[in-house]
Design a protein around this ligand. Sequence first.
Ligand code: SF4
Length: 492
Amino acid sequence: MDENKQFVTDMRFHLVTLGCQMNKSDSERIITVIEQMGYTWTDNEENADLLGIVACSVRQKAIDKVYTKIHKWNKWKDKRNLISFVTGCVLPVDREKFLRLFDLVFLITELQQFPEMLHQYGIVTPFSANERIEPDTRGKESEAPDFRTLVFDHHKTIAGKPILMKKPETGIFEFWKVNPQYRSEFEAFIPIQNGCDKFCTFCAVPYTRGREISRSGTEILDELKQLVERGYKSITLLGQNVNSYGLDKKGKEISFAGLLKNIGEYGNQTSRDFWVYFTSPHPCDMGDDVLKTIRRYKCLAKQIHLPLQSGDDKVLMKMNRGHSLKDYLGIIASIKKYLPSATIFTDIIVGFSEETEEQFMNTWKVMDEVRFNMAYIARYSPRPGAASARWEDDVTHAVKKDRLLRLSDLLQQHSLEYNKKMTGRKYKVLVTGFDRQKGFLSGLTEGKIIVRFASENIQLIGEFVEVEIISAADFATEGKLISVYNTALTEA
Ligand code: SF4
């Protein structure tokens, strides 16, 4: 054994996750692989021997955070040994810069090779020890690839021999096979697809995550069944463009509606109670088959998140959304027809490049017509790497702020109107935690409307309860606890 090599004993790691739910879900698998290497988690990054970031390239702010962290960590390197890495959504232009700052830069699709990458730094993990340190393989070590410089280069050679780095297409399938360390004991996210083919002009995802790849339907169903058997009650199918699931397989995989149907059939067979959500779908791939399937099965939650982004056809075209306002409103009409009890959420961007007051008002009118239960409204800011970053960001900060406030006011009215209609009615609620107000618990209805009720019974967290709504506020309701579905638990 090389005396300079360190075995992973009592070594700690800390991981910083930036960005969306997809990154959070990826972290659950990254943590598994690091723990399998013998590291233990520390909340305090100052005590960590291995420091990592799951990066997000959606906004400059998130990229700035990566630089702040790595500059701080690199200063610590003067005093002690530590290894740093970055993975996640990284633009090609940032990869080059990160390679000069981090010890390791790799794609999530290369996660399985992490033990080998660490081995290049003299860190011997159980995996790399088994695979690489046997005396008869030592002679080959000098030819081992330098992963620090080879990452993202699948065609590099050493001594004229090609380096067998796994391609993202195969790496993502291995990544999905890793058992995640779920953060919650009742709520989980299942990645069903990676990447995006839509190329919206404001978004960098197709450049950071690549083209769409769907996970095996059997594997998704297996992960879901395991979660349900373990008592999970809220399960969200995740994808950048979740309802185009299966299309990349050109008939060799079930469709998104087919996947939902298989989940629904399982839901009918099991005695366990659970809700299944999905996010984020694209209007272009939202057919009636999906809505009819949701209507048929109890476990498929009656809540639809359908990004609008803009209510103006010219802006939609400039965003390369691939559909018209008429198409969008047609889907909303179908949702109201097939799923009349469903709540509808959306995403909207205000102040997109060259958006006029008239175009903004078209968005306002759509909001007024649809009456969303929730809208995530963002002020447009050019995202590095996205096509629109080349265009002038000419709507002033003040105008964007004003448009956001006007939409927020409207949303508030619609939400209150809906919540008021809930009063006097009983709802099944999944208790998610403590409310900000002492003595209250908080939870979500199937339609993801927030409900709080007086109780300090910690055992109810993660359980379904029945609550009668007694009052409504802008984005939440208050109720009184009627009963607990799990009769083994009694109200404290
Ligand atoms: S559909 Fe558009 S916004 Fe969504 S991930 Fe793909 S490119 Fe980005």
